[in-house]
Design a protein around this ligand. Structure first.
Ligand code: SAM
Ligand code: TMP
Ligand code: ZN
Length: 405
């Protein structure tokens, strides 16, 4: 039995997604022999209710010089982070000479706006390629993993921060105890941590099991975040549901007693309670929904293939590694995946070995069906690929249920 990474309580496994690769490791066609695999399974802590992976993948295997994910690849996300920056500047970075730190700044998609406003800032990200890209936009970055030692160094060198922000990154960090000790050293007495991550409530509601992969270690709820924060002397003082990436929550934590929690916190906690969000029965039901989705998707793709239809996929997302490897979808069912990321093109999808081609090749000629792996960017992708449907093509989606559009 594994133990909870937050409180050491007992974990009960509720979903096994099998043998899985690093979701962002796209091998060259001649490199598939050396792929790393681990067992992807999810459990719930019987003590603090935090939902988390049963097995931890070493961080250096995931976040390194060649980490291929570029946050600026989506226009919707660029706008989201520009708005986020303006909001942080208006609400938290308001004193004289404020200091904003971002954990997991990636290519500078959020901090570029903070820098342009002339506000002192620092990004922390271990992935050197994306960090260099942030630097080319004028963003200051430390190439490092955020943890206690990094935070202490920053506080000593640059002073304390008004706000530490993290998007789609805190859920990647199993060692939250070290992160919280770091936050305690880095934040001013009234400083806050603002972070946003995929919300377990949306994952369960939409059966979006592809949010589960090596990098996503935790699947937070307001309740589990509040429990975790309190262990480390912090309080959950605000929550905001966000539509991005298939449904997220933005959490604001302040030191215990420093701020009065906003009514939104009690409201979300009550909603989680009334839907028994992290109850074992709810999670078992979710696992059954996941197995049904797998069976329906495989039946659909196998049937199309038997009818001689050409099916490709769109968006070589990290999420899609879980779908392809769990469902056994390889090049014999889906002949290619189209993606804008240069570092993924000309390579194969992790574990499932579907060739990744640029989006331009999607129209050359259009397939009969396209499996939308990047369903969280559906609006953006469908609007730029309108010709596909006009030419008779159909989209396949698998969340909340398998359906064809
Ligand atoms: N914040 C961006 C966004 O929301 O699009 C990037 C998210 S990306 C999925 C996760 C980022 O977190 C990667 O750039 C990765 O290198 C970084 N990361 C992972 N572990 C980290 C840690 N301990 N400290 C700082 N950054 C980390
Ligand atoms: P994400 O779901 O983790 O943000 O990954 C989205 C992936 O989809 C990423 O590899 C970039 C790709 N993509 C496209 O190919 N075209 C697009 O229009 C968008 C928004 C993303
Ligand atoms: Zn626990």
């Amino acid at each position: 039995m594994s133990n909870c990474r937050v409180c050491a309580g007992p974990l009960t496994e509720f979903l096994d997604l099998g043998r899985q690769p690093n979701s962002d490791a796209f091998p060259r066609p001649d490199e598939t022999d050396g792929e790393f695999f681990f067992r992807l399974a999810v459990g719930r802590c019987g003590t603090c209710t935090t939902v988390q992976l049963m097995e931890e993948v070493p961080r250096e295997r995931m976040f390194h010089r060649d980490y291929p994910y570029h946050s600026s690849g989506s226009s919707v996300m660029r706008e989201h982070f520009e708005n986020t920056a303006h909001r942080l500047l208006a609400t938290e970075a308001t004193g004289p000479d404020p200091f904003v730190v971002e954990i997991g700044c990636n290519d500078g998609v959020m901090l570029a706006t903070v820098g342009e406003a002339g506000v002192r800032h620092l990004g922390v990200d271990p992935s050197q390629g994306v960090a260099d890209e942030a630097r080319s936009k004028g963003v200051r970055v430390r190439t490092a993993f955020f943890e206690e030692a990094t935070a202490r160094d920053i506080a000593a060198a640059e002073g304390r921060a008004d706000v530490v922000y993290a998007a789609n990154t805190l859920c990647h960090i199993p060692y939250l105890d070290s992160v919280f000790r770091g936050l305690d050293a880095l934040l001013k007495p009234d400083g806050v941590l603002v972070f946003e991550d995929p919300y377990l409530g949306d994952i369960v509601e939409r059966t979006s099991f592809d949010q589960i992969y090596d990098e996503h270690f935790y699947f937070f709820t307001a309740r589990s975040v509040r429990n975790t924060a309190r262990r480390h002397g912090f309080e959950l003082v605000d929550v905001l549901r966000l539509p991005v990436h298939g449904g997220e929550v933005r959490y604001t934590l302040a030191r215990l007693g420093a701020r009065v929690p906003k009514p939104a916190v009690a409201e979300l906690l009550a909603e989680e309670e009334s839907r028994a969000l992290a109850a074992p029965a709810t999670l078992e039901r979710f696992a059954a929904d996941v197995r049904r989705t797998r069976d329906e998707l495989v039946t659909l793709l196998t049937g199309l293939r038997a009818q001689g239809r050409r099916v490709v996929a769109y968006g070589a997302t990290a999420k899609s590694a879980t779908v392809a490897n769990y469902c056994g979808i390889g090049p014999e069912l889906v002949s290619s995946v189209h993606d804008t990321t240069p570092a993924k093109q000309g390579r194969l999808t992790p574990g499932s070995h579907i060739p990744v081609h640029p989006p331009e090749a999607f129209a050359d000629p259009y397939p009969d069906y396209a499996l939308l792996f990047a369903w969280n960017h559906a609006e953006e992708i469908m609007s730029k690929e309108q010709e596909f449907r006009a030419s008779g093509g159909k989209w396949i989606l698998y969340t909340p249920t398998v359906h064809v559009l």
